[in-house]
Write a protein that binds this ligand. Structure first.
Ligand code: DGL
Length: 274
């Protein structure tokens, strides 16, 4: 059996969005191997019920455990909001999500205590960002806006399309009027729309990508639990593995457009079996 600290890290999302977290893990924790699962057959998660997201997340976690992962990152805000706390108690490996790190960074960033959050309907309705922010800054004003069409636009690679620009204008107009100085990209798909969102919000609003802080949090966690790999980091690391529930080729192409490495393939599995 592989020594525990040389096992991979499991990362999952409803689709390609979690690759923004995988990218930060690759950049910030070199030497670690990743097993990524994108639930491309069942995306989007953002408009589904808590019960459904919990069932999906449990299946994915069971699959990741068959890959002998040493830790799990829920690289999906919706699953972090709906499933993380319950799943944490069912596991014997550490698990972290993206909401808490995102809330922490926003609190460190804001100067006027007015923070915007954009995310899926599920994430915004859960109120979890507001809860975490208020634990750190009880007097912060938090304004949440759900942007349900952003995920399909990203999944269709329409990152700079005029349709995306128009939708962003509509969704973000409510935030522009509220004098926020910090905006959390509270869905792992949204950092891929950073250019469009940044253009609309303007230079006075700092965009927070929770993925970066999540990768740092993961590194700290691995060190604390003595799970950090001792393997030397290699240029063009190929030890990562990618799994999806559908459309493996388009996932691979998308991954190759945003990751710092090229992946040869993503393997399709039947997640309902887990
Ligand atoms: N990328 C996910 C998130 O961060 C979910 C998007 C979706 O599947 O709706 O919330």
């Amino acid at each position: 059996m592989t020594e525990k600290k040389e096992r991979p890290i499991g990362i999952f999302d409803s689709g390609v969005g979690g690759l923004t977290v995988a990218r930060e893990v690759m950049r910030n924790i070199p030497g670690e191997r990743i097993v990524y699962f994108g639930d491309t057959a069942r995306v989007p998660y953002g408009n589904k019920s808590k019960e459904t997201i919990l069932r999906y997340s449990r299946q994915i976690v069971r699959f990741l455990q068959t890959q002998e992962v040493k830790a799990i990152v829920v690289a999906c805000n919706t699953a972090s909001a709906f499933a993380l706390e319950e799943i944490r108690h069912e596991l014997d490996v550490p698990i972290i999500g993206v909401v808490k790190p995102g809330a922490k960074t926003a609190c460190e960033t804001t100067k006027n205590n007015r923070i915007g959050v954009i995310g899926t309907k599920g994430t915004i309705a859960s109120g979890l960002y507001t809860e975490f922010i208020r634990k750190i800054k009880p007097d912060a004003q938090v304004i949440g806006v759900a942007c349900p069409l952003f995920v399909p636009l990203v999944e269709e690679s329409m990152l700079k399309d005029p349709v995306t620009m128009e939708m962003a204008r509509r969704y973000l107009s409510a935030l522009k009027d509220r004098r926020i100085d910090t905006l959390i990209l509270g869905c792992t798909h949204y950092p891929l729309l950073r250019a469009v969102i940044g253009e609309i919000m303007g230079a006075d609003v700092t965009l927070v990508n929770p993925a970066y802080e999540t990768a740092r949090g993961l590194k700290k966690l691995l060190e604390e639990e003595e799970l950090r790999s001792a393997r030397p980091a290699k240029e063009g690391e190929t030890g990562h593995r990618f799994f999806v529930s559908d459309a493996a080729e388009s996932f691979r192409d998308f991954a190759n457009s945003i990751l710092p490495i090229d992946i040869e393939k993503a393997q399709k599995i039947n997640i309902e079996e887990y």
